[in-house]
Structure formats: C-alpha cells, structure tokens
Design a protein. Structure first.
Length: 405
C-alpha cells in the first residue's frame, strides 16, 4: 500500500484535496469516482511533503493492530451502554497508557467536538484506520448502529489477526530449522573441514573420493564465497525489480496461484479475506458496489484483485455477485456456489461470512498439511548434508589408521 495525494471536484465545482492510502494510482481514481467526484490530479507525494501537510500522519504509522482492535471493542462497549461518543472517547483517553495513541484519540475527540463525524475524524489517519474501517464507520453512523458496527469491526479485525498469527506461528519452526542448519553447514565448510584438510595434506596419504569432493567444495566456498553471493543476489535483484512493476507483480501473483499446495493456500487466504471483508461491509450497510471497490484494495494477490475489479462492472450491470465470480474462475467452486445460494435466498451477508469461516478451516488444514510434509523433508535434507560431511571425514580418518599388510 502507498499514499497518494489527490485533487478532485464534484458536480457543483467544489474542489477537494487530501491523502488516500491505496495500492495504485488507478485505485484512488476509482474510489474518487465511486464517491461522485471527478479526479483532477493524483500523485504520490514524498514522505517529507506528506509529513509537512499532515504531521500526525506519520507519527502514528506504527500503531499495533491489537491496539486498534482493543480501541474498537472498548468504544463499542461504551456506546452500547448509552454513553455519548465524546464522553466515551474521553474515558478511553483517560485509561490509555500509550502516549502516541492517546495523542491520536485526543485529535479525534477534538475533531468530533468541532462538529466532524466520527468517520471523517478517523479518516485523517489512513495508516491506522484504512478505507475499509472508515466506510463501515460511515455506514454505521448513517444507520444509527455505530455500536453494532464497531462490534462487527472488532470481530473482523480479531479473526483476521488470529489467522495471520496462526500462519506466522506455523512457519516459525521450519524457518528456525533452515537458518540454524544452514549456519551449521557453513561453519563446517569454512572452519572445521579446512583444519582436517591441512592435516591430511601434511600426511600425504590417499584419501577417499567423498572426502576429496568435500574438501574441494570447502575450498571453493572459502575462496569464491563472493561469487556465490553475487549469483544469488544478482537474480534476486532482477526478480525484485521486475516484480515491482505492474506487469511483473501481476505475472508473479498469477504464477503463485499455479504452484502446488502453496497456490491452494494463497487462494484460500484470498477467499477468506474477500468473503469476510465483503460480508462485514454488507452487514454494516455499505452498498454492494462500494463494498466491492473497497475489498478490491484489500486483496494482496493482484491477479485476483484485477478479477474483483472486473466484478465491479458486472455487478453494476445487474449480474449479481455469484455468476461473475463463477465466470472469472478465481475462487474454488464451493465458495462460488455458496455465494450464489446466498444471493438466491436473500442471505448474502450471512453466506459470505459462512464462506469465510469454512475456508478459514480449509486454510488451516492446508497449512498444517503443507508443514507436516515440509518439516520432515527439511530434516531429512539437512541430515543428509550433515551426514555426508561427517561420514566423509570419518572415512578419511579410518583410511589414515589403516595398517598395510
């Protein structure tokens, strides 16, 4: 996600300016047009310029998501108890222990006391409160159900965070295993084996072929380590540069979807993100077209995001949500059929949330299955490498101790 400064006008000729967080310039233009504005200029400002125009914008860039979840849940509880929004915020400010977030709440309270709506007061901080959050709050204010909207938001953010933490936690063990095994192999090749090589060289005795191969590998790594680094760094930089382009990112995201196991995990992740975001927005009273527009900016895979953007036009022409999704072929058939059934029964919001719950379970099962395969493969591979090194050294030692007859 990046920040874009925009200037637009409405049908009356009133010019508005602001800063919006989006994945690309086209997304900003689409959002402005959906809001009824005519874009005049959209540009990506520098960090210095943005901080000068809105000094608070970068001050709160690193607010933890858990803090936002707690704020949302606590504000929902206070409003549900019948406490006015200004007094609720004052209560939260008085108990807030983090100075930066406390300053943010004070700024929001100040805007509301001057007559601003809650959504407009939060919109000043797009890094902390993304468009998804703002639009739900705006819909909740319009329908006088802000407390229920905040509760749905906190549930959505909590479930999203739990899923992300589950995937990260599952990847920690394989990552640690790979890193430490890699370091062990490097230490053996660069420090341990050269000492054995020097000893064998002084003896002038023939050594086994596997030991000779290992010693050549060790010598190559020590003398030409920079070649290995360049051979890895060069292709990576080329790939990274290409991936940063629109065409490169699109091609890479499409390729990831075709990978065995990993593609299924990525696809299910996007299904959960789309269904839960869409269901939460619709349940909060946000119109379908606006919901699609917002959700398209939350999808991380650009190939799927492009399909969601095309979905906007299909829905705008009255085709509904399920059939265009089926035609695009980006989601599993089961998810699409559940959405179609939801449309036919008039329970689209509930069915979308059901899709999210169902595929979150599938996602966890897929991730668990993938890790159950990858972990023993990593152990076996690292064991074979270390075993080859140890056996080669032992063979050389045994050959030295052989007594000729």
């Amino acid at each position: 996600m990046a920040f874009f400064k925009y200037k637009a006008t409405d049908i009356t000729g009133t010019v508005i300016e602001g800063v919006m967080e989006a994945k690309e310039e086209r997304s900003v233009i689409t959002i402005l047009q959906n809001r009824g504005y005519i874009p005049i200029n959209v540009a990506s400002p520098t960090a210095e310029k943005m901080s000068r125009e809105n000094p608070l914008l970068f001050l709160f860039q690193r607010v933890p998501q858990q803090q936002v979840i707690n704020f949302t849940r606590e504000l929902s509880g206070l409003l549900k108890a019948g406490i006015p929004i200004d007094r609720s915020l004052k209560t939260l400010i008085s108990i807030e222990g983090k100075k930066r977030f406390k300053k943010l709440l004070e700024n929001i309270l100040g805007s509301i006391e001057k007559g601003s709506s809650v959504a407009n007061a939060l919109e000043v901080f797009p890094v902390v409160f993304p468009p998804f959050y703002i639009n739900l709050i705006r819909a909740g204010e319009a329908s006088a159900t802000l407390d229920a909207t905040l509760r749905r938001l906190s549930d959505f953010l909590s479930r999203s965070r739990e899923l992300r933490n589950y995937i990260i936690s599952a990847m920690i063990y394989p990552a640690i295993l790979t890193i430490f095994s890699g370091f062990s192999i490097i230490i053996l090749l660069t420090f341990v084996i050269p000492k054995f090589a020097a000893t064998f060289s002084e003896m002038g005795q023939a050594i086994p072929l596997s030991t000779m191969v290992l010693m050549r590998i060790s010598e190559t790594v020590r003398n030409y380590w920079w070649v290995f680094i360049l051979s890895l760094l060069g292709p990576y930089l080329l790939f990274y540069t290409y991936k940063r382009t629109s065409a490169g990112r699109l091609a890479w995201d499409q390729l990831k979807l075709k990978m065995p196991v990993i593609g299924t995990i990525i696809r299910n992740t996007e299904v959960v993100r789309f269904a839960r975001s869409m269901g939460t927005l619709l349940k909060g009273g946000v119109p379908v077209l606006k919901s699609i527009d917002i959700v398209s900016n939350t999808i991380t895979n650009r190939f799927i995001a492009k399909a969601i953007i095309r979905l906007y036009e299909s829905v705008r022409h009255g085709e509904g949500l399920g059939l265009p999704l089926k035609r695009e072929g980006i989601f599993p058939p089961m998810a699409v059929e559940m959405i179609i059934v939801g449309e036919e029964t008039g329970r689209l919001e509930e069915m979308l949330l059901e899709v999210a719950d169902t595929f979150e379970t599938h996602l966890k099962e897929n991730a668990k299955r993938f890790l159950s395969i990858m972990e023993p493969l990593l152990i076996i591979f690292m064991g074979m490498v270390v075993g080859f090194i140890v056996v080669s050294m032992l063979l050389a030692i045994f050959s030295v101790n052989e007594i000729p007859f």
